[in-house]
Design a protein around this ligand. Structure first.
Ligand SMILES: CC(C)(COP(=O)(O)OP(=O)(O)OC[C@H]1O[C@@H](n2cnc3c(N)ncnc32)[C@H](O)[C@@H]1OP(=O)(O)O)[C@@H](O)C(=O)NCCC(=O)NCCS
Length: 195
């Protein structure tokens, strides 16, 4: 990764962690959340226009991949999940359902959660598809690589398109983690033989 960006990212992440300490927020990685809490999270994803709606069933499915929570006094104050797309026998992960409680926003906790999940999946295929320039900037900071649709296998595009947000390079930008980038040609070749 670009070393200046890496230093910048590490500084911001360290500041975010210090902010968590000061606020009494615990950073937790877990695959267990109560049904009641999942219902609250699901409602939240339905209510907020910037979020993709995730039903309790979808969240339960995502929980199998583990998620990061920001906890204070037993209350969830932030979350990020990993959505798994299965292509042939391969898994491609996408960060999903990112949320930070209003009280704690603009202290880089969104970036902190993105960083934690990106690191957790550094030996897996991780993709990010987003519209917002902030997310593109964050992806650059996190060491992810910008790619175009022509770099991706048509089978992968077809699977991801089920989300209804692909084949639109004007609106969306696509980033993959360094592991995915290093294997992308190999991966496309394997998938090509499956057509
Ligand atoms: C998006 C969100 C998680 C950012 O939390 P945060 O702790 O304030 O994030 P940071 O301090 O790292 O970043 C702050 C800025 O980056 C933006 N940002 C960071 N991650 C973002 C993301 N994934 N999508 C959109 N914007 C994002 C924030 O909106 C904020 O911009 P602003 O100053 O113009 O308001 C928070 O605003 C939130 O929960 N919003 C409602 C749910 C949501 O939009 N989730 C993202 C769905 S992709």
């Amino acid at each position: 990764m670009n070393s200046i960006l890496n230093i910048e990212k590490n500084t911001v992440v360290e500041e975010a962690k210090a902010y968590c300490d000061a606020q009494g927020l615990d950073i937790v990685f877990t695959s267990e959340i109560s049904k009641t809490q999942l219902q609250i999270i699901s409602e939240r994803t339905k209510k907020l226009p910037a979020m993709y709606h995730a039903s309790v069933g979808m969240l339960l499915d995502r929980l199998n991949n583990g998620c990061y929570l920001l906890m204070k006094d037993g209350e969830i104050c932030g979350h990020i999940f990993a959505h798994k797309h299965v292509i042939d026998k391969y898994s491609v992960y996408e960060r999903s359902s990112l949320w930070v409680h209003k009280t704690y926003r603009n202290h880089n906790l969104g970036l902190l959660l993105m960083d934690l999940l990106t690191k957790k999946f550094n030996k897996d295929f991780l993709i990010s598809i987003a519209q917002e320039p902030t997310v593109h900037n964050n992806n650059e900071l996190l060491g992810m690589k910008f790619i175009t649709l022509k770099d991706l296998s048509p089978i992968l595009i077809e699977t991801l398109e089920k989300l209804g947000k692909l084949r639109d390079e004007y609106k969306y930008k696509y980033y993959v983690n360094p592991y995915f980038e290093s294997k992308i040609n190999q991966f496309n070749k394997i998938l090509k033989n499956k057509i």
